[in-house]
Design a protein around this ligand. Structure first.
Ligand code: IDP
Ligand code: MG
Length: 148
């Protein structure tokens, strides 16, 4: 079954000019980008999105970084897209991410929060995050027009 996932290029990725390369990698895995946008986030949406790390000591610095520039939110679609995108991204800590993954190739090896890209960690969270950032209530396996 094809599924949706929420992907977001973080400010470091945008500033390094990696959007085109990341789009190329997503397509080369056979996934489709159904929608994408370029925007600056608000503190409110970020606190909601990162509620699971909001009380950690690194959060204030991370929040400042995430609000520092444009991000590129996307809806990505395909077979096993949630897991497949996590593999393409590599693990959270760029210093531990293998070469060939997005975080391994481009993430900051010292500053953990500057890891270039976000990807949903489960099918359930993917739908929650897509609704949060695009205001769309989707179901996995269903096809939508996305405004076409
Ligand atoms: P994920 O992005 O790989 O799913 P999460 O555990 O959901 O990782 O953490 C969300 C984000 O919080 C990470 O992408 C990273 O930017 C930041 N983060 C997680 N752990 C640390 C840490 O130990 N130090 C600094 N930032 C962290
Ligand atoms: Mg996560």
């Amino acid at each position: 079954m094809k599924e949706y996932t929420y992907i977001m290029i973080k400010p470091d990725g945008v500033r390094m000019g990696l959007t085109e390369e990341i789009v190329r990698r997503i397509h080369s895995k056979g996934f489709e980008i159904k929608l994408f946008d370029v925007r600056k986030l608000t503190g409110e949406v970020l606190d909601e999105h990162y509620a699971h790390v909001k009380d950690r000591d690194f959060y204030p610095e991370m929040k400042e970084f995430m609000l520092s520039d444009y991000v590129v939110p996307m809806i990505v679609y395909g077979e096993n897209a949630v897991q497949g995108m996590r593999e393409l991204m590599g693990p959270t800590k760029s210093a531990e991410a293998p070469t060939g993954t997005i975080r391994g190739d481009y993430g900051n090896k010292e500053i953990v929060n500057q890891n270039v890209i976000h990807g949903s960690d489960s099918q359930e969270n993917a739908l929650i995050e897509i609704e949060r950032f695009f205001g769309l209530k989707l179901n996995h396996g269903e096809e939508y027009n996305f405004g076409k």
